[in-house]
Design a protein around this ligand. Structure first.
Ligand code: FES
Length: 251
């Protein structure tokens, strides 16, 4: 049975893997048993996850929520190193240390035309966001990746660098095209830094409201170490914010 301790609105404790789903060569979903407060998590929030007893290379990793269904939470993971490789080989029943849900999450919207735009593993938090938003909004989702192995078919418009799936090119080029044709009340964005930077340049030029979910190296994940501070432009001023606490979602 899991041991749980309340830390504000988050849970610190243990859960276990219920199943693993492979999406492509390098991407998979780890589903874990969700307990009460975990089920209240909103899209854009994340958990710090660790395989207990593992060595230093397996310190807790911040992983955003991919989906919540019944009594399970899914985390989408890309196999890029030792830690994520270990997770990809974990078995049903494997115990995990978790802290979460953490961070602020995306804002809610109602009766709006919404555009989601993601790149690579930035697909993960937008999957759950889309499921929530499409009940009460019109949602279009554009996603870009390097090859067909980096794109997923829940999206409406797909771009790949090599043209192996969808349209050849950058999803940011697609953003300019779609915004020239249609006005969206809100854009939600997650992906590599350069992609998000370009998206916010395009959106601000056209006065479109946008939220981006930042990824940053995280030490503690709970606002204590200040290892995740980034500079943010706010009302023409530069301010410093912790991605794990004031983010990861910023306007
Ligand atoms: Fe420690 Fe954000 S990771 S303050």
């Amino acid at each position: 049975m899991p041991v749980e301790m309340n830390t504000g609105s988050a849970i610190l404790g243990k859960t276990f893997i219920t199943r693993l789903d492979r999406l492509s060569i390098d991407y998979f979903i780890v589903w874990v048993k969700a307990y009460e407060k975990m089920l209240d998590a909103i899209p854009g929030q994340f958990f710090e996850i660790k395989i207990p007893g593992s060595d230093l290379s397996l310190l807790r990793k911040p992983i955003s929520i991919y989906d919540i269904r019944d009594e399970e939470i899914g985390f989408m993971i890309k196999r890029i190193g030792y830690g994520t490789d270990m997770l990809s080989k974990a078995k049903e029943g494997q115990i995990l240390d978790i802290i979460g849900p953490l961070g602020n999450g995306f804002s809610d919207s109602e009766n709006k035309d919404i555009l989601l735009i993601s790149g690579g593993i930035g697909y993960a938090p937008l999957f759950y966001l889309k499921r929530k938003l499409e009940r009460k909004n019109n949602v279009v989702w554009m996603h870009g990746g390097r090859t067909k192995n980096d794109v997923f078919h829940s999206c409406n418009i797909i771009y790949t660098d090599d043209g192996s799936s969808g349209i050849r090119g950058l999803v940011t080029d697609g953003l300019e095209l779609i915004l020239a044709e249609k006005k969206f009340a809100m854009i939600y964005c997650c992906g590599p830094d350069q992609m998000m930077k370009r998206c916010s340049e395009i959106a601000s030029k056209l006065n479109c409201e946008m939220e981006v979910s930042l990824e940053e190296y995280m030490g503690c994940g709970i606002g204590a170490c200040y290892g995740c501070v980034v500079s943010i432009r706010e009302d023409n001023n530069t301010v410093y914010k912790r991605v794990c606490k004031e983010g990861p979602v910023f306007k």
